[in-house]
Ligand binder design. Structure first.
Ligand code: SAH
Length: 224
């Protein structure tokens, strides 16, 4: 069950979380403001009511997680968003990262491969206030060719390799933020930012290590 009441206590906890993220090196004001605004506890079971403002990942449905706030902030900051950016997110999960992008005001296309998670978002009317977010049920490895090209692509699951179809769907000069590497016990992924070059290839910048759930191929149709 979820509760959709945002109290002064929640707001206070959020401000503390924002201060913590700032002390960890997040400096993009729009990212901090979005995190300060969005009730993260709306995205979790009511059992996590106050825990929602700890800087931790938590379980959502079907063995997936809502990313740690620091990770969300870090990836969003790396996107270096511009006002009219068209952003493709792979791995909608709880919808929290999409809401952060929506709050910043960019156009968001987000894909989830787990039907149960995708369906859950339809019964989450609070997200409807972000009319620039479009939700898709599908395989992120394929991207969304119909809506391409994108200014930015954000992958929020551990990618085993750089998906070629996603590079194709990026504009020249556009960024792909991707945690790359194997998953499993003790495994971490390197955060990369790829910049698409005019020839269709890309250059890469390497950032810190993180730990994500795996990016898997195909769609999982089991409802929850
Ligand atoms: N951005 C999410 C993080 C969710 S964790 C949030 O803010 O909560 C990663 C998500 O990626 C999971 O929900 C998982 O089901 C999804 N995922 C994994 N592989 C995928 C793929 N190929 N296409 C789309 N989504 C995928």
């Amino acid at each position: 069950m979820r509760t959709f009441e945002d109290s002064y206590r929640h707001k206070g906890l959020r401000k503390k979380l924002v201060d913590l993220l700032q002390s960890k090196g997040i400096s993009d004001e729009r990212v901090l403001e979005a995190i300060n605004t969005i009730p993260r506890h709306f995205f979790l079971d009511s059992a996590f009511d106050e825990k929602a403002y700890e800087d931790k990942a938590f379980p959502i449905a079907v063995g997936q997680t809502i990313s740690q706030p620091y990770t969300v902030a870090y990836q969003t900051q790396l996107l270096d968003l511009k006002p009219f950016d068209k952003v493709l997110e792979i791995g909608t999960g709880s919808g929290y990262q999409a809401a952060v992008l929506g709050e910043i005001g960019v156009q968001v296309f987000t894909i989830e491969r787990q039907k149960a998670l995708y369906d859950q978002l339809k019964s989450f009317p609070w997200l409807k206030k972000y009319n620039k977010i479009k939700f898709f049920y599908g395989d992120g490895f394929e991207g969304l060719p119909t809506y391409a090209p994108f200014d930015k692509i954000l992958i929020t699951a551990a990618a085993p390799y750089v998906p070629a179809r996603l590079v194709e769907q990026l504009k020249t000069g556009g960024y792909m933020v991707i945690p790359l590497g194997e998953t499993g016990a003790g495994k971490v992924q390197r955060m990369l930012r790829l910049t698409k070059t005019a020839g269709g290839g890309y250059t890469e910048e390497v950032f810190d290590n993180f730990s994500f759930v795996p990016m898997l191929g195909g769609r999982d149709g089991k409802g929850g």
